[in-house]
Design a protein around this ligand. Structure first.
Ligand SMILES: [Zn+2]
Ligand SMILES: [Zn+2]
Length: 119
């Protein structure tokens, strides 16, 4: 299917095309081909466009891992908050039920928390 469309060069209708532009897909012959580090193109304009496109894609790739770390940090903070709330609930619960021994420790912990937290 691709070969059927690869019949003639866009600039030289009689000459068989040797490849397609990586940017716009235009068929070209060996004389019209613009080779570059990124591949083969029909013109310098397309080569430049493709270079800009890959440069932007590389930049996005560079940003992606940083976003991932931020996301993981946010999840970590959320988990930490849940733990703090859970521990606080347990301490308050123990103090409320005033269990022998454990209740005293819990109340001592609460006093510590109240001492360090501004009311
Ligand atoms: Zn092109
Ligand atoms: Zn040509």
């Amino acid at each position: 299917m691709l070969d059927a469309r690869l019949s003639g060069c866009i600039n030289h209708p009689g000459i068989e095309a040797t490849g397609r532009c990586k940017q716009c897909g235009t068929p070209f012959c060996g004389a019209c081909e613009v080779p570059s580090a990124n591949g083969r193109f029909c013109s310098a304009v397309c080569s430049e466009k493709y270079e800009q496109f890959t440069a932007r894609a590389r930049q996005l790739d560079k940003h992606a891992p940083r976003c991932g770390i931020l996301m993981r940090l946010r999840i970590l903070i959320l988990k930490l908050a849940v733990w703090v709330i859970a521990i606080a609930a347990i301490v308050y619960g123990l103090a409320y039920f005033n269990l022998p021994g454990v209740g005293r420790i819990a109340r001592a912990l609460l006093e510590l928390v109240h001492f360090y937290l501004p009311q």
